[in-house]
Design a protein around this ligand. Sequence first.
Ligand code: ADP
Ligand code: MG
Length: 602
Amino acid sequence: MQATLNLPIADTRKSRLRTWGPLALVIVLAVLPLLPLPNFWIIQLNYIGIYTLPVLGLVLLTGVGGLTSFGQAAFVGIGAYTTAYLSVNYGLSPWLTLFIGLALTGISAAIIGGITLRMSGHYLPLATIAWALSLYYLMGNLEALGKYDGILGVKGLQLFGLDVGQQRGFYAVTWAFALVAAFAVIRLLDSRSGRAIRALAGGSQMAEAMGVNTLRHKVGIFVLAAMLASVSGWLFAHFQRTVNPSPFGIKMGIEYLFMTVLGGAAHVWGALAGAGVVKLLEDQLQVLLPKLIGTSGSYELIVFGIMIVLVLKYLPDGLWDFVDRRLPRRQRVVDWQDAADLPVRTKPAQGEVVLDVQSIRKTFGGLVAVNDISFQTRAGQVVGLIGPNGAGKSTTFNLVTGVLSLSGGDVRFRGEAIGGLSSRAIAERGVSRTFQHVKMVPDMTVLENVALGAHLRGGKGAIAAMLHTDRAEERQLLREAERQLQRVGMGDYLHELAGNLAMGQQRLLEIARALCADPALLLLDEPAAGLRHKEKQALADVLRTLRNEGMSILLVEHDMDLVMDICDHIVVMEFGTHLMEGTPAEVQESPKVRAAYLGTEH
Ligand code: ADP
Ligand code: MG
């Protein structure tokens, strides 16, 4: 495995390209309008800038967050109609209507997102289609908005008395917005909130267990994506000098998604690539195809349809991903060595009952997966939960951590009843866990994955991240993540992508992530599965150290040597029921336990 790891800074020349690439792009974009290019090309670039904004929103929402929206064009429409209506009818300054449009878009996105994002799976795409269709017909049927003819006579933009309403002036405004937005999204993704957002696509279970409010983050990126679309609409209205419903319909919503997928859904620069390629191709094809075929028609749509299929098949991660994979990842500058310690919670005293499980029960239909299980764990104690496969150990974990709701019984943590609390609320109280089936974000580095565990120990949000006022806290979080990785012996893999790790290393990553939460109770679900002998010994050492520091540990494990070696107390389950409990020696001697494991009569 070690040999296949693509360790960073393999080629500093290429890695410099990553550092200087974005700067070069900014310089190229700044120089372009100074060249004697025909106005046609400046106008093309203006449209590409206008399209880049909503696509950037979809990169965040769909590419990174895993949420699909067909309604992006409708939010572009709100921005466009708001400024057209208010500036034409009431003479308001476009610089004021920009913010009114943003507010209207933000509020509608928050309402739609708040309702649909609670539901799972396909509700959001369906809801965004319904929303896009109804808004389209609303724009087309309202007398005040000029029905399908729209609103004419929208004025061009003025800035400090300068005309920036067309060509090069407009170019400067559009690309200033597009680049500021792109860099803001990049900063957002590289932050506490960003890690939470990047964890969303893998399902909410792990993120919630780390204390992330997944609904809030989903609604957040939905609103942010909509606001980027709104700015685009504002630009569009003042560039076209007229608005009508057709560019804001469902067809355009699909086209924005296509730009996102083609460009490289999970890459910020993919938004620019996607918007650019689609706009330029569309124009060329619109001219070329009717000539080739001999009759006029929207043939470019057919070509696009075929292209979507080909891209999905051969470049499922888009054009930019193709480029990106050929660049080495940039070595993160380690600037957190002198960061202050994060605050720690007050821990229970040695020997105090930390977890008190009282007759818990869980039924799945007719199956009683956990039947009347009771046990306690104390501070400074490792309790083993063992039993054959299907005995109900993982279900017990899920009941204790609030992933599953109790069918009966109660769970008390440090004296407080936590049965019925959400897994986030339980995490807040100091319960941290790993998963039997490792849950991590494969395209985040090991360090970033582990920092996700410290989510609740930070407080800076998306806006702080975009403004970079979160850097001091960010250094604290990363330092803590590095410290916990060192502790489990993973200090050499900080900058490796988590997806490249071997199974044993992934499990150690999960333990470091759980430790990052500064827990009082640690639940480990088969941590030694996939570990080599030496790694198991290292794990045993880590667990012993933690216990001596006063941590309470609940351990599910099949490796009996490890269990017998480090557990102070063992609870044995079979078919959901409590078979026996006692010291390792007592359990080893029990004929009942032997029978359960060997499947003989008892
Ligand atoms: P263990 O971790 O001890 O191997 P589990 O807790 O995973 O066992 O499973 C206990 C029993 O509950 C098994 O029979 C399993 O099939 C069943 N089970 C677990 N989760 C679910 C679920 N979400 N829906 C239905 N049955 C489940
Ligand atoms: Mg299990």
